[in-house]
Design a protein around this ligand. Structure first.
Ligand SMILES: *[C@@H]1O[C@H](CO)[C@@H](O)[C@H](O)[C@H]1NC(C)=O
Ligand SMILES: *[C@@H]1O[C@H](CO)[C@@H](O)[C@H](O)[C@H]1NC(C)=O
Ligand SMILES: *[C@@H]1O[C@H](CO)[C@@H](O)[C@H](O)[C@H]1NC(C)=O
Length: 507
């Protein structure tokens, strides 16, 4: 009969086992599917992207670019006062009806602070912040001298400071200099109202490269909040075709060895000649670290030639000491013709990684999930605000075959941003911030002649209160480290003058 107790217990046990089984099965499906989901991400239900997992070595090449200011040399403070903290910021500073906020990260160090002392803010750019610039360097030394409070702000969409849950193109709409500057304005106001004795403190901002643009622009836009700025290697003029970049790369290598540049030029010419025929393309591809022959139709052809040039760009941008001399002697020490030497050099540079194709790069830049990478967010800024595309358009340098079209196509393929948007964005940036003619005071600007970015900077004093130091032989942002016995006389002079100007402006 149905009433039998044993039957019901059996049913119960079977039901229980089935239930547990079902839960386990569902969990497994979720876990496994979750794994699969790693490779796909849907942006607000619109388009799905495939996430690419990079092979060892490939990442290191792509990610070597735009890693932030060069590492500092010299003596680091052993004090342990540097700490991370967070501040609430509005997602959109320019829509008064939008009160949504996010948490911006920053570092602070009060090692030298005495109530009423000045506030020194190192402005973060397209990188993750770390404590180095609060433990040594020019700003650190100035904070020590003036009993200042040191900060280092993390720029929105980099490091751990994300206003949105992902970086789908739609969500990158809040990524621009206007928002970043307003973040700093609120940041300064917040610290002044929170830290004892700081209401009337003077404020000094320091920036490197892109963040130096922000440092200068803070004085343009918020002079009532910022008393003085040190702007190191700021490319203030937005431009699509930045052909001067590789001219400086060539000039800098030429200073070390004329033969170095002529060898590169001869090799690139030879590769270009080989590219006239299918068999030539196969021949060259075979000598290089590539998984398959180059597809020599555009944009793959341009992207390939860019990959031959970029190792040298990186070299010059980060040059210090004998780096360039060593690189040129390595290149020239290889056996054979110019072409053979160059091929050996490129192989050595890429080592275990490969030269990838254009589509790979597009996929890499298209990943809308937050990772430790910074290139997608930065590339979005270039497509909408600055350009800064480093091309081989000038004949006054040894590289070939990559023009501004390659980068315009990338804006379109990665973000669906047109050339029209790019050009009007560049025009807008130059109009709203003044390009290399900003009407500012109390900004001291520095540049190095070996820095490929310097052609986009202010290279002459704007006025007596906006002096400029162009330092011979110096590379990108090299003047931000502490004065050292390794510095050239000219470098020591510039660093000393910078400190004098700032001291005067906050006195
Ligand atoms: C000077 O340069 C050498 C070699 O690059 C480096 O090891 C040393 O730390 C530098 N000294 C200072 C004070 O920066
Ligand atoms: C290069 O790629 C394009 C686009 O996929 C294709 O049409 C073309 O046939 C390829 N060329 C070679 C030589 O593989
Ligand atoms: C680039 O080359 C690859 C082969 O390496 C090809 O599959 C791809 O379609 C090419 N891309 C374009 C946009 O032509």
């Amino acid at each position: 009969m149905f009433g039998s107790k044993r039957v019901w217990i059996t049913f119960g046990v079977i039901f229980f086992i089935a239930l547990v089984g079902a839960i386990v099965a569902v969990t497994l499906v979720i876990v496994l599917k979750g794994d699969g989901d790693d490779n796909e991400y849907v942006c607000d239900g619109s388009k799905s992207y495939t996430k690419i997992s990079l092979k060892a070595g490939q990442k290191s090449h792509i990610e070597k670019f735009r890693q932030g200011p060069p590492p500092l040399e010299g003596i680091f403070s052993s004090a342990t006062d540097t700490e991370f903290a967070w501040i609430n910021q509005r997602i959109d500073h320019f829509d008064p009806t939008n009160l949504k906020t996010w948490e911006m990260r920053y570092l602070h160090n009060n090692e030298f602070y005495v109530e009423g002392g000045p506030m020194f803010v190192f402005i973060g750019g397209e990188w993750e912040i770390n404590s180095d610039y609060l433990m040594t360097g020019q700003m650190y030394d100035m904070a020590k001298e003036h009993n200042g409070y040191m900060f280092y702000t993390e720029h929105r969409y980099y490091g751990n400071s994300f206003p949105t849950k992902d970086i789908c193109t739609y969500n990158l709409q809040f990524q621009n200099a206007d928002q970043a500057l307003a973040d700093i304005a609120y940041f300064i106001e917040y610290q002044k109202s929170t830290i004892a004795g700081m209401e009337n403190s003077k404020v000094v901002v320091v920036g490197a490269s892109y963040s130096a643009m922000l440092a200068t622009w803070l004085r343009v836009k918020y002079p009532h909040l910022v008393d003085a700025a040190l702007s190191s290697s700021a490319p203030l003029r937005a431009v699509a075709d930045f052909y001067e970049y590789y001219e400086v790369v060539a000039q800098s290598l030429r200073l070390v060895s004329e033969e170095c540049v002529s060898t590169i030029a001869e090799a690139v010419d030879e590769i270009d000649r080989q590219f006239q025929t299918e068999s030539g393309i196969a021949y060259v591809s075979n000598l290089l670290p590539m998984e398959k022959p180059v597809n020599a139709s555009e944009p793959n052809r341009s992207y390939f030639f860019l990959n031959l040039a970029s190792p040298f760009a990186l070299l010059v941008e980060r040059a210090s000491g004998t780096v360039l001399t060593n690189a040129c002697s390595t290149l020239l020490s290889y056996e054979g013709t110019a072409f053979e030497k160059f091929i050996s050099y490129i192989n050595k540079y890429y080592e275990s990684s490969t030269i990838t194709d254009y589509d790979y790069y597009v996929s890499y830049l298209s990943n809308p999930q937050i990772t430790s990478g910074t290139l997608r967010q930065w590339y979005y800024q270039t497509c909408t605000e600055y350009g800064f595309y480093q091309t081989a358009s000038s004949t006054n340098q040894p590289f070939k075959n990559f023009g501004v079209d390659l980068f315009i196509k990338l804006c379109d393929d990665v973000f669906k941003i047109s050339q029209e948007v790019l050009n009007s964005g560049i025009e807008r940036t130059n109009l709203l911030y003044g390009s290399v003619y900003p009407k500012v005071t109390r900004v001291v600007s520095t540049h190095g002649t070996v820095d490929p970015w310097h052609p986009l900077g202010v290279l002459e004093d704007l006025n007596p209160e906006a002096p400029v130091f162009v330092i011979n032989g110096a590379s990108h942002c090299a003047d931000l480290s502490s004065i050292s016995s390794n510095d050239s006389e000219e470098m020591v002079y510039a660093k000393t003058k910078v400190k004098e100007y700032i001291a005067e402006w906050i006195s």
